[in-house]
Design a protein around this ligand. Sequence first.
Ligand code: NAD
Ligand code: TDX
Length: 343
Amino acid sequence: MKILVTGGAGFIGSNFVRMLAAERTTWKVVVLDKLTYAGRLENIEDLTVRPGFRFVMGDICDPAAVAGAMEGCDAVVNFAAETHVDRSIEEASSFVRTDVEGVRVLLEEFRKGDRLLFLQVSTDEVYGSVETGYSRETDSLCPRSPYSASKAGGELLAMSYHYTYGTPVIVTRASNNYGPFQYPEKLIPLFITNALDGLQLPLYGDGLNRRDWLFVEDHCKAILAVLEQSPGGSVYNIGGGFEKSNLEVTRAVLDSVGAGPELIRFIEDRPGHDRRYALDIGRITGETSWKPETDFRRGMEITVEWYRTHRKWWEGIKSGEFGEYYRRMYRDRLARSRGVPQE
Ligand code: NAD
Ligand code: TDX
């Protein structure tokens, strides 16, 4: 098997290629990544020297780069995307470009060859906010942020190639991932690294928005399971089964790091903030051998330990582009914030 993994220098993609290097030792792996602010070659540098592994720096919107990287590949897993909801609210064009047009460019190249499978990595955010119950793959989509709307566009386009051209496509919709190598703009790594430095933890709104948390290794195993076990033409939800409010997650971070609740600051909410996501994972657990294995407490222990022992990795990020982003996004809101009421 020769597989193209786009976005393989990002958070989930780098965990995925690391898993392939350990568990599918005969596979040839090509990583295509543009190395945006979120992509870091250092995440996979140790792997790039292995036989059968190739790194290509390039854009999924560039047909020539895509053609070169996809040459001889049997399967494609598309992780490459702009991924942060708050950034999509500031500026949506890079999201539409990469998360929709990039998918089209990949699909066009894919269908020129005789290949096995195109797996489009999507998100539970395409369902929109679900106040009660659990989203099923057959539910209608109601994306409400520029990020989730772009991801919905990308996955709908991918399925349209399946129906129109018979392209073997799978779409996976995962819940919120956490674990090693996650860029510290996202809730869990931001709060872990801030707490390790005694900095404030900016919780949006009342802190009671709810997410389902999935340890990144479980997500990677799920993708491998559908890649190897599903016939194609299907959509799969992938959830961890640990639904928590953001305040509960924050308290778990504080406990793991050994910091107190005085670091919590409630700040002005994210515009259009989806209240809750929750997934029914009956299809993937029924059709493949996969089920989530890592409980939230254990996943958090592993994650906090990783950030403790990889301070150089995140300090390098936080002192660069991220520092400017953080000031822009949080400084004024933190100045107007409130803490946890005295009990
Ligand atoms: P990330 O932001 O950490 O990494 C994205 C990677 O894509 C980076 O390496 C970046 O350089 C690369 N990239 C961006 N634009 C590119 C382009 N035009 N061409 C080539 N490479 C490009 O993202 P992540 O959290 O690892 O997410 C990976 C995928 O999983 C995304 O498709 C995302 O929508 C999806 N997803 C993420 C989560 C989550 O909780 N993080 C949950 C569900 C689904
Ligand atoms: O500073 C913060 N304060 C806060 O309260 C940040 C960064 C987030 N939040 C809240 C917003 C969300 O309710 O925490 C929750 C999680 O936020 P993010 O980490 O930004 O993730 P989310 O918006 O839920 O989207 C994530 O999961 C689905 C990923 O970023 C997406 O790529 C993925 O598709």
